[in-house]
Ligand binder design. Structure first.
Ligand code: SAM
Ligand code: DTB
Ligand code: SF4
Length: 319
């Protein structure tokens, strides 16, 4: 199995990752912690805040998503927010300790005039001294160039699951579409934020396939969000069996070991997690979270709860 210190130049096969996921838990955690400490201070957590700048009414059919127009989820579709309203939220996020401000839009891909408006938001948020991230759906090469020019730091575009399981969850675009956008983002010199969702009925081999694909991209993503499905009533995945907490920690550990220099974000799903499960995620190498009462449309762990958890675990926000 590949050694961690040369892993950035390494290609990880699905079998390699499956072998990691199957390790005895103490062994897996020890390996993840060893790799984590080679590259990071394990007591520091990167803090990002999310804002939905354009909610609902999305033409895509992602089986997990409350914002897809085709599902009755009670999500109210809105228009793109005004720049000034976004900046009010960004200032509040900064005051609460966020270092990065992530803006999400429920689009298949952005229209040109919408992209121009988002560029204005990026410029405004950057001027506050925050890092910027946006997730807007599929992009062309010229669109990524425009975002780079506006000063965008990160683009979030998730592969979500293994290539094989993808078609069971989404039919309106392909895995290759996702990979193409990721290539445009990388070519434009924007940092890549790319991860997936677990707890969608996939098996362990699909989880291994997702992690192996992420780790074997030409460059691993700088930021790897691992989401536990937030099962929303009205979506096709509303009744999906929740992932076992230990299995979730295993996925975090595998992401850490295979992408040693990346930030691994314990992303959606924290609201439903115990403190103990979150603590294990941090011990397995997770070093980033979304902070704030809301993700895009669903509830996040509360700010008060996070403060208490960080104090209990001796964790500090990375500035
Ligand atoms: N529309 C754009 C796209 O899909 O690329 C950007 C916004 S979309 C909501 C961003 C990501 O949120 C998705 O790729 C998915 O990984 C994650 N996501 C959406 N709904 C989720 C849910 N119910 N639970 C966990 N993650 C979810
Ligand atoms: C990511 O990987 N997770 C975030 C962010 N990137 C955009 C989104 C989570 C969304 C959870 C469901 C919701 O709140 O609508
Ligand atoms: Fe649309 Fe993104 Fe939700 Fe898919 S995940 S339905 S593309 S908002």
């Amino acid at each position: 199995m590949p050694e961690s210190h040369i892993a950035t130049k390494m290609r990880w096969s699905r079998a390699d990752v499956a072998a990691l996921l199957a390790l005895p838990f103490p062994e897996l955690l020890f390996r993840a912690q060893t790799v984590h400490r080679e590259h990071f201070d394990p007591t520091r957590i990167q803090i990002s805040t999310l804002l939905s700048i354009k909610t609902g009414g999305c033409p895509e059919d992602c089986g997990y998503c409350p914002q897809a127009a085709g599902y009755e989820t009670g999500t109210k579709a809105g228009r793109l927010m005004a720049v000034e309203a976004v900046l009010v939220e960004a200032r509040a996020a900064k005051a609460k300790g966020a270092a990065r401000f992530c803006m999400g839009a429920a689009w298949r891909s952005p229209k040109e005039h919408d992209l121009d408006a988002v560029c204005g938001m990026i410029e405004g948020v950057k001027a506050l001294g925050l890092e910027t991230c946006v997730t807007l759906g599929m992009l062309t090469g010229p669109q990524t160039a425009k975002l780079k020019e506006a000063g965008l730091d990160y683009y979030n575009h998730n592969l979500d699951t293994s290539p094989e399981y993808y078609g069971k969850v989404i039919t309106t675009r392909t895995y290759q579409d996702r990979l193409d956008t990721l290539e445009h983002v990388r070519d434009a010199g924007i940092n890549v934020c790319c991860g997936g969702i677990v707890g969608m009925g996939e098996d362990e081999s699909d989880r291994a396939g997702l992690i192996a694909t992420l780790a074997s991209l030409p460059e691993p993503p700088e930021s790897v969000p691992i989401n536990a499905l937030v099962a929303v009533e009205g979506t096709p995945l509303a009744k999906a069996e929740p992932i076992d907490a230990i299995d979730f920690v295993r996925v975090i550990a595998a992401a850490r070991i295979t992408m040693p220099r990346s930030y691994v974000r314990l992303s959606a799903g924290r609201e439903a997690m115990t403190d103990e499960a979150q603590a294990l995620c941090f011990m397995a190498g997770a070093n980033s979270i979304f902070h704030g009462e809301k993700l895009l449309t669903t509830k996040n762990a509360t700010v008060n709860h996070d403060e208490a958890l960080f104090a209990k675990l001796g964790l500090k926000a990375e500035q």
